[in-house]
Design a binder for this molecule. Structure first.
Ligand SMILES: N[C@@H](CCC[C@H](N)C(=O)O)C(=O)O
Length: 362
């Protein structure tokens, strides 16, 4: 199905401007061009993941800068912002006026199509908060399935909300997700630090059918994937992750050598993962430096995965391969991940950037 889009591209400045119906422009220059570019829900909200915010918040500064594009209400169009977190890209929709997503999962699949749509790894909705939170986040993967959480997506969500609410300086808010309460903090300079809550290790909650150890966790367990025995650790950050550092043939994976598109889907749909799984292939560079490639449930090979990077550090600690504070290099760039001993929470810090604003006919 054809989708016509109107987009507005900020290059060096996030200044918003109103668009005409067919033109988009580069906000850092006077150039102007026209373009024409031609989803199941089954999660619960485990209370165990409701976390208390421990973050200090400075009073955010409200800007008087025009946000006219973001506040466009022209009917018949879906106004959106395209963001990415290290190349993991999303269409963000201001859905604060309704508790149901403005578009269906089927429409999200069309929008995510990289040839016939906008092109994205997922569509994210900023909904009114529930259970006392400031906002609710929901997301459709590019295949239309609805995951519980998205780490890169929540950083993009935080930056988008900052723009919608014209907030500047250091600030923080609370977000209700399918993985419980998530607390991002936008830092001076624009990076976002997120309290991702506690990892879930109990096998039946990940969920995985692999045999757990005496602590109910799956750590360095063996799994046969298409005739190769892999050693895996399973972690949920609200969504399921299977982490591997080695297989019977290779004790330390060299992740650039992997045929991700061949092996990724075999993990994703393996019978040991009843809710499918995200899979992270990890190479240890040092005690505080890991390199990871990901095959995402519902989205395939992506350039980065925030929940995956968090799960990677948890698995590395559980397997005794790295310390609790690591840089995780992803194809799209690095994330700083800390699994804190004090509160058992995982903290993720990284970038999130606006690419452009756009409008689609509904
Ligand atoms: N890219 C995301 C994870 C998105 C959800 C995932 N595909 C799933 O189905 O669990 C991240 O940055 O965490």
């Amino acid at each position: 199905m054809a989708i016509t889009a109107t987009i507005s591209v900020p290059i060096t400045s996030p200044t918003r401007r109103t668009l005409s119906s067919v033109n988009f422009f580069l906000s850092s220059s006077s150039s102007s061009r026209s373009i024409s570019a031609t989803p199941q829900r089954s999660f619960k909200y485990p209370n165990s993941r409701l976390v208390a915010s421990s973050m200090k918040t400075e009073t955010p500064v409200k800007s008087t800068t025009s946000t006219s594009f973001l506040h466009q209400k022209e009917t018949g169009f879906l106004h959106f912002a395209k963001y990415h977190g290290l190349g993991n890209d999303f269409v963000l929709i201001d859905n604060r006026d309704s508790s149901e997503p403005k578009i269906s999962s089927e429409k999200a699949v069309q929008i995510c199509d990289r040839n016939f749509g906008v092109g994205a790894d997922g569509v994210i909705f900023v909904l009114p908060g529930i259970n006392g939170t400031d906002y609710t986040m929901r997301i459709f993967n590019s295949d239309g399935s609805e995951p519980e959480m998205c780490g890169n997506g929540v950083r993009c969500f935080a930056k988008f909300v900052s723009q919608l609410e014209s907030l500047h300086g250091r600030h923080s808010f609370t977000i209700h997700t399918g993985a419980g309460l998530i607390v991002p903090e936008v830092l001076e300079g624009g990076n976002v630090r997120v309290d991702m809550g506690e990892p879930i290790l109990k096998a039946s909650d990940v969920p995985t059918k692999l045999s757990p150890n005496k602590d109910q966790a799956v750590v360095k367990a063996e799994i046969d994937v298409d005739g190769i025995i892999w050693n895996v650790t399973c972690v949920s950050m609200g969504n399921p992750h299977c982490l591997t550092f080695s297989n019977k043939e290779t004790q330390n994976l060299v992740v650039d050598e992997l045929k991700l598109a061949e092996i990724g889907p075999k993990f994703e749909h393996h019978e040991m993962f009843p809710a499918r799984t995200n899979t992270e292939f990890v190479q240890v560079l040092s005690n505080s430096h890991l390199k990871m490639r990901v095959w995402e449930r519902g989205a395939g090979a992506t350039l980065a995965c925030g929940t995956g990077a968090c799960a990677t550090v948890v698995a590395a600690v559980l397997e005794g391969r790295a310390g609790r504070n690591c840089t995780v290099d992803l194809p799209g760039g690095p994330l700083q991940i800390e699994w804190k001993d004090e509160d058992n929470h995982v903290y993720m810090t990284g970038s999130a950037d606006l690419v452009y604003y756009g409008s689609l006919p509904l």
